[in-house]
Design a protein. Sequence first.
Length: 271
Amino acid sequence: MKSTFFAQNIKLLRKRRKRTQDEVAAALNMKRSTLSGYENGVASPGLDALAGFADYFEIAIDTLIRINMAELSESQLSELERGYDIFVKGSRLRVLTTTVDSDNDENIELVPEKAKAGYTTGYADPEYIRELPVFKLPFLDRQKKYRTFQVSGDSMFPVPEGAWITGEYVQDWNNISNNTPCIFVTRDEGVVFKIVENQLNEKQSFRLHSLNTLYEPYDLPVNDILEVWRFVHFISNDMPEPRLPQTDLIATVNKLREDVDMMRGRFHGKE
């Protein structure tokens, strides 16, 4: 068991559950001194003991051994404890670089338009992430991780250009439902905001759709994706353009027809 993270992980998980060594040892049918030896790294558990710890914490053995949980953010640890174990689900581990406040609560980092180009190379760099502005939205779930990106272009109209899109970090991409708006951080295209069609099982890709129908949908291979953030809300100084009520729309169409008929009459009159 040398050169693994098992000892520090089981100690971390025990303390997060606010359990004493006596309580955990009793639940696992072992002596407290045995558990203490495991936590201090002076003893190595056998397969039966490993399975017992995995069942007790509801976390895969691979995760207990191979992942340094001390480096995970609070939101990632919470997901792990709720059963979103990357080894159980067979998806690749994605460790998110993040920042916290003085109370160890997650910040919401802000990625403005001028910083988006650098984000695709600095997204995993703690120094880069620490330089981003941060803020709080008290009505969001403290157990989840959020980040806000500024969008450009009109492909998602009526969401105004320059709006700030807040997304929830997605650890397991298999859970992304069709027709879900998401922010994708990609290797080649940078940061894009689109509506998702999940094709992971069939093509190992996502089909991305724009709200603006002038833009054609396209496929984004999973290997080109760095991060995915599920849309939560957007903030903008601009009001979306109003949609005409049906009666006004009909009147507008009728007026266009009258104008066309008038132009035709003038044209034929000249003939």
